[in-house]
Structures are given as C-alpha cells and as structure tokens.
Write a protein that binds this ligand. Structure first.
Ligand code: ATP
Ligand code: MG
Length: 582
C-alpha cells in the first residue's frame, strides 16, 4: 500500500472511530490532532491533510451510527492499531491489537497446504492464530488445506504436525479440507445451479487471453450449441471430462479491475491420487473456493491472512455472500521475510530439486526442522514473532534480532568449552603436568570438568598470528605465559615459558586445548543462502579444529558455547556440531 492510501485509510478509521464513539459525529480538529500524534511528519503537508480530513469528516457525519461501525470494521477489522491512546490497552503487553468482535467465540485457523515442510513464516501465522485464540479463550483449528494432490504428500502432513508440536503450538482441532470434499462438491453444485458458477471447457491459454481482454467466453454465455450448463455439471462430476478438459468457474465480472474477479477457477480435475483419499476424488476445489467455505463451516470468527491475499478477499467474501454462508472477519498481516534467506516452500523446493541443499533441514534454511537442528529454541521463535506483531507493512526484520532472542535463552544453559580452529602447537617449556578443574559456566552451576594438561597445547591460528615474542598472555582459566619463539611458517609452532598465575587486567586471554585432552572436531557454519539474489556457493562452511575431548561425551543436540567462537549444537555424529550464532 502506498503512503497516500495508508493515510487515507487512517484518516477514515480515526474519523469513523471517533464518530461512532460520540453519537455519530466527529470534527476536523479531533481527527487532525489524532493523526498528527501518530504521524507527526504530516505537519509538512498540513494543507492537503486538512482538506482530506474535511472531506472524510463530512462524509462520515452523514452516515448513521450503524453504518459508521460497519465501515470501520471493513477498513480496520482489528481495533486500536491506529489509535495511539488505546495502544496502552494492548493485550498481554505484546504487540497484537485487539480483535473486532462480532461473534461470541474467537475461532482462528491455520491452513497450511501439506506440500512441504513448515518454515518461520508459517510459525508467524500459526503463533498469531494461536495467541488470539488463547487471549480470547477461543479455539485454534489446524486445517490441512489438501486440495491439490499434485503437490501433497503424507510426509508433509506429518512434518507440519511434528514441527508445530515442537514450536509448542497446540491446536484444539486438527482436520483436513479433504474431509469435507463432498460438502464442498455440494456447495459447488449449488453455486452452479443458482447460476453463480459455470462449467468452462476452454483451454487454459484461451482462458488467460480472454481474461486479459476482459471478454466472456462461449461457455459463460452458453452459446455455440453447448450442452446446457447443468448437463455439463453432471459430466464434470461423473467423470466424462478428464484433467484439463473442464473446470468450474465463478460467475464474476470480466470487466472488474481486480483480475481475481474475472471468473476465477473454483474446481479443477486432477487425476493424481490424493495422499488420503487416493483415486476416490478427482474434482478438487481451489483454495479460493475451499478457504471461505471451510472457514465459514468451521465456525472461524477471524480469518487471518497474509497480505498477498488482499485482492482475493473480495472473492472470498463474495463466494460466501452468494452461498448465503456466514462471513468471518478477515484480518490481514504481512508475510515474514528475510534478506538473502528464502521463506517460501516454492523457493526451497527449487533449491532441493537443484541439489543445492541437503534436505528440508539443511541448517541454512529457515524451516522449523532446520532451525531446530541448528539450535534455535522454539520460545525464541515465538518471542520473535510476537515482537513483530500484526504489522501490515512488508518489513524484513534483521535476522540478528532473532539470534539475540535465542542467545538470551541458551546462554544460561549452554556449557562453555574450548575449541581451536586451525590449531597451532604451543609448548610451555617449563609447564607442569597436572589436572585442572574448569567450570562449565561462569555464573550458573552447570558442573565442572577435569582437564589433564602437559607442556603441549594448541591455540587458534587467528590468535597465533597476533602474538609477538616476549608478549605476556593468559591461557584462559589456566595461567599466564611469556612467548619466546614464534615459527608459524616451518614448524607451525610457538614456544613459551610459564610466567605466573596472577589475574592481570587487560592481559590478552586466549583459549586452548591440551594435547592430553583433545579430539579433532568439525563445525558446520551456515551462512546466507543468497548473495545478490543468486545462490551463494559458500553458504555452508565446514571448519576443522581441536575441541576438548569431553565434547564427545555430550548427547546429540546439546547446546554449547565454544568460548570466543560462538554457540553451537552437537550433532548425531559425535565429532561434529552446527554453529548456531555468535
Ligand atoms: P509458501 O510460499 O511457503 O508455499 P504458502 O502461503 O503457499 O507459502 P501455505 O501452506 O499455503 O503456504 O500457508 C499456510 C499459511 O501460512 C497461510 O495462511 C499463509 O498466509 C501463511 N504463511 C505462509 N508463508 C508465510 C510467511 N512468510 N509469513 C507469514 N505467514 C505465512
Ligand atoms: Mg500455498
């Protein structure tokens, strides 16, 4: 939405709200002061703004109270998000605005298509749905929108259920749109018999062309000696027609500026077995048809949809009107997207088909299975999504914000260990053989570990190259040393001597592993999948180094922090971990 439209919508909403709260009338000054408190930058365009407000106020004051309330609901189905004063009213101190209430019970639904694994965008949608259901003591329905057997698989139903469970989402009802296929067929027949839909046998290119040209086809006009529409309806149901030979179209308006309304497809024949119903059903509704009918029959009070459906909302409501079915309130929110990381099943599938990623849980992805594998806590995802609220603006939040919410959760529970990348040997000539006890966490009681040390250690190359002869440094949590010789070229070795064990402020501290207590270790580091819109071939870095041997005793999927390196999570394979974030 451009900003003019947005301002127009806001002015309308403020005027309607104020009027409906004050016996049906409002005035320019009130609306002006409200909008300036929300958008102070509009002071620069005061003249146009006042003109706009005057027109709006005039027309709002002509409406009766009921009409004002109805219009307000149409343009702002969610209450309060435009009204700064009532921002304090926000529920549960997070960013979800109040819902406009018409029904007595709030029922929301999350309608994924089982055509892939769920991702963080789905998490946003389902968590908002669930949160509203909770706030209003209502219900959440998980409804698999499985009406396109071409793309759907049982594996994906399972994946969605599992991953939502991991997220902590607990639907009150789980169902499939395909459960209701006969009911949907009946409504399709009813619509056609009422003359609100028709069977079309034109080929798809022709349909597209006529749509562009805003011309009705012969099937709609039922000319050219066609069978009657009702005979054709029987044929589409009895299997006379095959895939691509006939569809049922909504009788919309070929002249409508909104192309969605130019006789959209409601049913099509798909002769591919359905994952649940097999070959029993061949005529499948589109999402355009199934969604409104299902929402209405399922008792959904608020249908939350992402903004890309905006143009389809008219169709959604029109179908329900023609079928004389109850209409839910449609509430929109923005799609969640990130820079350089695909949040769309279609794009992820493409990467899979091209063999560029290893699976739906490839750690570079933002699917829930990948994020779980990479060490994200489900509560971090929930907090993150709720912190974004119900914004309409298409903003791409920084991924770092999600990382920092996750860090807060795992920092207190991740044990600290040493890992050295690209190891360089360091010998402390006069160092003693001994056992030291190291704490697993600086402040929390996560236990201790015994580490045997001798005179030989390993440190990271990145640290080694910055050392100078005679420099004094601390081997973290052990003792201080003085560097004697550095030979990174030939021997790749450093020698040092024991200095003391004083804690000296500002002394450089480096991590180490002992040759008596180490294991080779591999860490996978996921990076952004795209660079300048192209696949980034270096998006998965694999690094080798030495870690403390005790890492091998950890169960798989244990969060750890390699000190001065970052948070990681252990993998099934004992000698490897995935990098979560710094
Ligand atoms: P994709 O492009 O990933 O296939 P989709 O919208 O086709 O997405 P569905 O399974 O149809 O996927 O989506 C189920 C619900 O999740 C829909 O209500 C949709 O609006 C919502 N949703 C999907 N992607 C996002 C996203 N990136 N941000 C917020 N909500 C999303
Ligand atoms: Mg979809």
């Amino acid at each position: 939405m451009n900003s003019n439209e947005e301002i127009h919508r806001l002015v309308n909403a403020i005027a309607l709200k104020n009027a409906s709260e004050h016996s049906g009338s409002t005035n320019v000054n009130i609306v002006l002061s409200r909008i300036l408190s929300l958008k102070p930058e509009l002071k620069n365009e005061l003249k146009t703004l006042i003109e706009e407000i005057r027109t709006v106020v005039d027309s709002v004051n002509k409406l009766d109270l009921e009409q004002q309330k109805k219009y307000l609901q149409n343009i702002y189905p969610i209450d309060n998000d435009f009204d700064s004063k009532s921002r304090h009213d926000q529920i549960d101190s997070h960013t979800l605005p109040k819902l406009q209430m018409t029904a007595t019970e709030v029922v929301t639904r999350f309608p994924p298509e089982p055509n892939g694994y769920p991702h963080i965008g789905h998490a946003k949608a389902v968590i908002i749905d669930e949160e509203y259901a909770k706030i209003y003591n209502g219900k959440l329905i998980l409804r698999f929108d499985d009406t396109n057997p071409m793309n759907e698989k049982l594996e994906y139903y399972e994946a969605i259920k599992n991953d939502l469970e991991w997220l902590g989402v607990k639907p009150d009802i789980i169902k499939n749109t395909s459960d209701d296929i006969l009911v949907l067929h009946d409504y399709g027949k009813k619509l056609t018999r009422n003359g609100d839909a028709y069977v079309c046998t034109c080929d798809s290119n022709e349909i597209r062309r006529l749509r562009m040209q805003q011309v009705e086809c012969s099937c709609r006009l039922n000319t050219d000696n066609l069978d009657s529409n009702l005979e054709r309806l029987d044929k589409i149901f009895d299997g006379t027609y095959h895939q691509n030979e006939a569809i049922i179209r909504f009788l919309g308006n070929m002249q409508d500026k909104n192309t969605v309304m130019r006789d959209p497809t409601l049913f099509r024949i798909i002769e591919v077995p359905h994952p649940i119903l097999g070959d029993k059903v061949k005529l499948w509704p589109t999402y355009d048809f199934a969604a409104p009918v299902e929402d209405s029959l399922d008792g959904v009070s608020h249908a939350l949809r992402t903004k890309e459906y905006e143009l389809r909302n008219t169709l959604y409501l029109e179908i329900l009107d023609r079928l004389e079915l109850r209409k839910p309130i449609v509430v929109e929110f923005s799609r969640l997207e990130f820079d350089n990381m695909p949040v769309s099943k279609r794009k992820i599938k493409q990467l899979l088909d091209d063999g560029l990623i290893t699976g739906w849980d490839d750690p570079r992805l933002l699917t829930l299975s990948a994020m779980r594998r990479r060490g994200f806590d489900p509560n971090a995802i929930r907090n993150f999504v709720l912190s974004l609220g119900l914004t309409l603006a298409e903003t791409k939040p920084p991924f770092k914000a999600l990382e920092s919410m996750n860090r807060k959760i795992i920092d207190p529970i991740a044990i600290r260990l040493f890992f050295v990348k690209d190891p360089i040997m360091l010998t402390v000539d006069d160092g003693k053989n001994m056992n030291v006890t190291l704490k697993n966490h600086p402040t929390n009681d996560l236990g201790t570990r015994e580490v045997e040390v001798s005179t030989v250690f390993y440190i990271c190359r990145d640290d080694a190259i910055l050392l100078a002869e005679d420099e004094e440094v601390r081997l973290m949590e052990l003792y201080n040393i003085k560097i004697k010789e550095i030979d990174l070229e030939n021997n790749r070795a450093i020698t040092a001597s024991y200095l003391n064990n004083d804690i000296v402020r500002d002394m450089k501290k480096i991590q180490w592993v002992s040759d008596k207590n180490m294991t080779t270790y591999n860490i996978l580091i996921p990076k952004e999948l795209y660079l300048n819109d192209k696949f980034n071939p270096n998006s998965l870095e694999s690094i080798e180094g030495y870690a403390e041997a005790s890492v091998l005793q950890l169960k798989s999927h244990t969060p750890i922090q390699f000190i001065r390196f970052g948070f990681c999570i252990t993998e099934e394979k004992k000698s490897s971990a995935i990098f979560t974030h710094r």
